[in-house]
Design a protein around this ligand. Structure first.
Ligand code: ARG
Length: 400
């Protein structure tokens, strides 16, 4: 029985998604497979990928240039929300999934497809993000995930592909599973599966080894407007250029690596390595500017919201009522988060060494320890009497 008539498949050009094309047609009776490769600034040449899909049997091979949308509509809101899953992973892969899902759904509508498909296995987070995003955007569409069902080993997949003219990978394929876009790289599997094994230097592409970084520090001033990064060292840059330049600048000093044990949505722990140089520095700088421009209660309350926001993004709920409600809160808080943060880049560290804003709430004549001090010291006594009153009463009642 045919699972669907016409399918839009998320396509990366790799063996697994290539094998999905004949598999969907031969095993699942799909009449037409349309592939969609999303350019999210991963730096691959997408021309050959387009050809590859057609050779593997796709009826139509689409390439969507979505890098700018990715940065503006997915990365920037995440920076405003200071998203760090489990306080460390800046969600560079997770943020791409809802956008790819949106592109798939749009193509399905345009081409009159009744299903969309992806090459994710049943063990990861990405399948959840795709499936849930697709059902949120268009609950009528079926979602097909061949790799969740076919039970192929890597060798099986290559052998199956060869039967349909899909060439087996020329160079010995990487022992790692790698996802990459403009924001960063996620690296897992191979020897990294042993949590005690130090990641070999060769897995890193966006960040230099400390031994190879400059011996002099470098400074970068990052300008923000309403929580969105808009300039580097005073030069206003478009979103994609800003991230690309900052990736270079920061990665050159060996900054932006994360090596962590992570709790996946499907209940297992995995060892994950990330490189996200610009994103990590931007989140740090942005958080610092908030400390200058937001009141104490908003700052502190927002830090809690950020954890929830990070979880929502990680768990595939980008298109959800909770996420929309959180966005409303976050956007409101960003109205006055404008200014600049100075970051010192040196030997793997991005240290914030200065910040300024026209909306600064810092009041030097209250904070100073010099004779300029305007703070009413005597007022503190009455404040503390009342502040501590509950504790005093408690102590009186409980101490013998
Ligand atoms: N653990 C990360 C996440 O869930 C990275 C996933 C990487 N995906 C991959 N196909 N290698 O966002």
């Amino acid at each position: 029985m045919s699972r669907a008539e016409k399918v839009v498949l998320a396509y990366s050009g790799g063996v697994d998604t290539s094998v999905c094309i004949p598999y969907l047609k031969e095993e699942w009776g799909v009449k037409e497979v349309i592939t969609l490769a999303a350019d999210l600034g991963q730096g691959d040449e997408l021309g050959p990928i387009k050809e590859k899909a057609l050779k593997a049997g796709a009826a139509v091979s689409l390439v969507a240039d979505a890098t700018e949308t990715f940065v503006k509509d997915y990365a920037f809101p995440a920076i405003q929300a200071n998203t760090l899953y489990e306080n460390r992973y800046p969600l560079s892969t997770a943020l791409a999934r809802p956008l790819i899902a949106k592109l798939l759904v749009e193509a399905a509508v345009e081409y009159g497809a009744d299903a969309v498909a992806h090459g994710c296995t049943g063990k990861g987070n990405d399948q959840v993000r795709f499936d849930v995003s697709i059902m949120a955007l268009n609950p009528k569409l079926k979602v097909l995930a061949p790799a969740r069902e076919w039970g192929f080993s890597r060798e099986d997949a290559i052998a199956y592909g060869e039967r349909f003219g899909i060439p087996s990978p020329v160079k010995k394929s990487s022992p790692y599973s790698i996802d990459r876009n403009l924001l960063g790289r996620s690296i897992e599997a191979g020897i990294l599966e042993d949590p005690m094994t130090e990641p070999p230097e060769e897995i890193y592409v966006m960040t230099k080894a400390i031994a190879d970084t400059p011996d002099e520090p470098e400074y970068v001033d990052i300008g923000f407007e309403r929580g969105i990064p808009t300039s580097l060292n005073g030069n206003t840059l478009d979103p994609v250029t800003l991230i690309s330049q900052l990736n270079q600048l920061v990665g050159n000093h060996g900054i932006g690596r994360v090596d962590m044990m992570e709790n996946r949505l499907v209940g297992i722990k995995s060892r994950e390595i990330y490189e996200a140089p610009a994103l990590l520095v931007l989140i740090n700088a942005h958080r610092d500017l908030e400390s200058l421009t937001l009141t104490a209660d908003v700052t502190q309350y927002k830090r809690g919201i950020e954890q929830t926001y990070s979880q929502v993004v990680y768990q595939g709920l980008w298109y959800s009522p909770l996420k929309e409600a959180l966005d409303a809160f976050i956007q409101k808080t960003q109205e006055r988060v404008s200014g600049a943060v100075r970051v010192k880049l040196f030997k793997g560290n991005a240290t914030i060494v200065g910040r300024k804003s026209d909306n600064s709430l810092y009041t030097p004549d209250l904070a100073t320890y010099t004779s300029e001090d305007q703070f009413d010291h005597k007022a503190a006594e009455g404040f503390i009497y009342i502040w501590g009153l509950g504790t005093r009463i408690w102590s009186q009642k409980t101490s013998v």
